[in-house]
Every structure is written in C-alpha cells, then in structure tokens.
Design a protein around this ligand. Structure first.
Ligand code: GRE
Ligand code: ZN
Length: 321
C-alpha cells in the first residue's frame, strides 16, 4: 500500500541551536538532521513512499521578527533547492514560517507554495503566548484559505506560565518536563488550540480553511460528544454550526505516534473515513513500527487506501499514486 507520512520532522544543527534544543545522545533514535540516504533507507525498510517534511518543534516561530523571517526563508530555500531535488519522488514539504511576523508568514507561505510546490505549513501550538485564533494571525489564516493549503497544528513546548501553574512543583524536573510536553500536556494544548479556533468563529470567517492535527486527533475524538453539550448550547446563535460540525468540515486527523487499532476506530467513528491520514512522527517514532502496525490493521482495503494515501492526495492536491 502506498504510504504518505505527514508528520515527519527534520532539523538542522542551526535550527536546534537557535531554539536551544539539545537532545540526549541516542535520542531521538533516528537522526533528525539526516535528510538524505539514511532517512530514505529507513523509509524503504518500512515501505513508506513519501514523507512530507516538517521542521522540528518550534521551527522558526519563536525567533524574533527579522531573524525568524530570514531563517524561515533560508530553511525553505534549502529544502526546495537541495533536499527535495535529491529525492523528488520521496520528499515533499510543509513550509517553515516566521510566526512572530504574521504578514511575512502569509507571504512566505505563498512564496513556497507558488514557487516550490510546498503543500501547506506546520505551526507549533502558540507563539509568544498567542494562540492561532488571535486576530494577529488573520493574514496567515486568510492566505492559507486562499491558497487552498492546510495548516498542520503540531504541539509546542509549554510556556513558562503554564509550567509554573501545572508542572513545576513536581519533585522531578524531568518528569515535569515530559508531563508538560510529549507525555501529555502538549497534546491538550493542541486540543485547546483547535477548540479556540472553532469557538472564535474562525471557520465561519474562513469556511474553506483546513487544519490537520496529529496524534490520532489530540484527544478531540475522545471528547467529541462532549462538545455537543454545553459548548454547542452556549455558542448557538454565535456560531453558524454546532461545535462538533467544524471538526467534520475543517479538520483532518493523522495517526502520528498513536498506533492503536482501538483509537483508529474511535477516530474513524467521529471523523469518517475521508479525514483520517497515516503518519509516523519520525524520527521520534520508527517508520517500521508505524507502517507494520498500519499494514496489519483489520479494516476494508478501500478504507485503508484512503488512510494510507488517498485522503492526503485529496487534501494536499498531489498524486494520484
Ligand atoms: C514530536 O514531534 O513528537 C517530539 C518532538 C520533540 C520531542 C519529543 C517528541 O518534536 O515526541
Ligand atoms: Zn511530531
């Protein structure tokens, strides 16, 4: 089965340095800086055909305006001119954006989509304490809708304020770090980010805007029916549709790092089979683990084809493969 992955991260040493990210030796298990033969070999071993490359959290979005603009441009140029041309059938990209400058982000998204064929962008939780529904991001949301490309909302590390409130008083700094991040907290942040977009009426304003969220929907499928209670009642008359409906009209879910049959069935039951897409979360998770799990899932072949590549083809306007 042709497999496309949409949450497949890369970094450069400079990107890590600028963001103050130092990984422990041997973590992640695969080299995040390798965008060449080693990465392709891991894709081949798993049978993954295309990776849509996205930057390591938080990309360029925490950098100050001018620095962020220059760095995002540099990384996008490098992806388009060096990384993708070496393996044009295997790599595509989501644009890296300088979110401290929303207008420049809109322009960089347009430049990379128009000139380089990039497929959308990945953004990371909130920037400088502002969620994506903040009016300052209107230029980016508007441009993404106009270009017809999706925004993938990936988790971001918790802010100092969130850490102080929820995590820092635990006895073990490492436990609080992981609990605030990939252990739990940052998934909740993406769920809040998504619900804020809905409750703020963003999809009434930009009805064609499409958002991707990973990790089997960042718990949105679990809480889906809850939104039909108080949240829909309180937004009645303010929003054009019931809160739940926006998830069916404006959101797409990927399987990144959540390789569970039960959770996939839950995601499908809520989202339908046209808005769920395979992804791995490489290099934090192994391609082979993800692909082997998915290949063995007991679902009709036509449903699996959609999840494996057809839904992504439709959303990203690539293929057919
Ligand atoms: C991820 O993207 O899933 C990730 C990071 C950083 C640390 C751990 C992790 O971006 O899982
Ligand atoms: Zn990820």
């Amino acid at each position: 089965m042709f497999l496309i992955g949409l949450e497949e991260h890369f970094a450069t040493p400079e990107m890590q340095e600028l963001n103050g990210i130092k990984f422990a030796k041997g973590y992640p298990r695969f080299d995040i800086n390798d965008v060449g033969a080693g990465r392709i070999a891991h894709m081949d071993e798993a049978g993954i055909d295309i990776q849509v490359l996205s930057a390591l959290t938080p990309g360029a979005q925490n950098l100050p305006s001018e620095e962020g603009i220059a760095f995002a441009r540099k990384i996008n140029d490098w992806l388009a001119k060096e990384v993708i041309p070496a393996y044009p059938d295997r790599f595509r990209a989501f644009s890296v954006l300088p979110l401290a400058s929303p207008e420049a982000s809109a322009d960089e998204l347009e430049r990379t989509v128009r000139d380089y064929g990039f497929l959308g962008t990945m953004v990371y939780g909130f920037t400088n304490g502002k969620f994506l529904d903040d009016p300052m991001y209107a230029p980016l949301l508007e441009r993404a809708e106009a270009l017809g490309v999706p925004i993938y909302i990936h988790p971001n590390f918790a802010t100092d304020a969130a850490k102080d409130l929820y995590y820092n008083d635990l006895d073990d700094q490492w436990v609080s770090n992981i609990l605030s991040g990939p252990g739990y907290g940052w998934h909740q942040e993406v769920a809040i980010c998504s619900l804020r977009l809905v409750c703020r009426g963003i999809f009434d304003k930009y009805p064609k805007l499409q958002i991707i969220i990973g990790h089997m929907g960042e718990a949105i499928p679990f809480y889906y029916y809850r939104f039909g209670d108080d949240l829909t009642a309180i937004t009645k008359g303010k929003l054009q549709k019931p809160v739940q409906q926006y998830f069916n009209d404006n959101f797409w879910i990927t399987t990144s790092a959540f390789f569970s049959d039960d959770l996939l069935r839950l995601a499908l039951s809520v989202m339908g089979e046209d808005r769920v897409m395979f992804s791995v979360d490489y290099p934090f998770v192994s391609n082979k683990l993800g692909a082997d799990w998915f290949n063995a899932v007991d679902l009709p072949a036509a449903t699996k084809e959609k999840i494996a590549h057809k839904n992504a083809e439709k959303l990203l306007k690539i293929g057919p493969f």
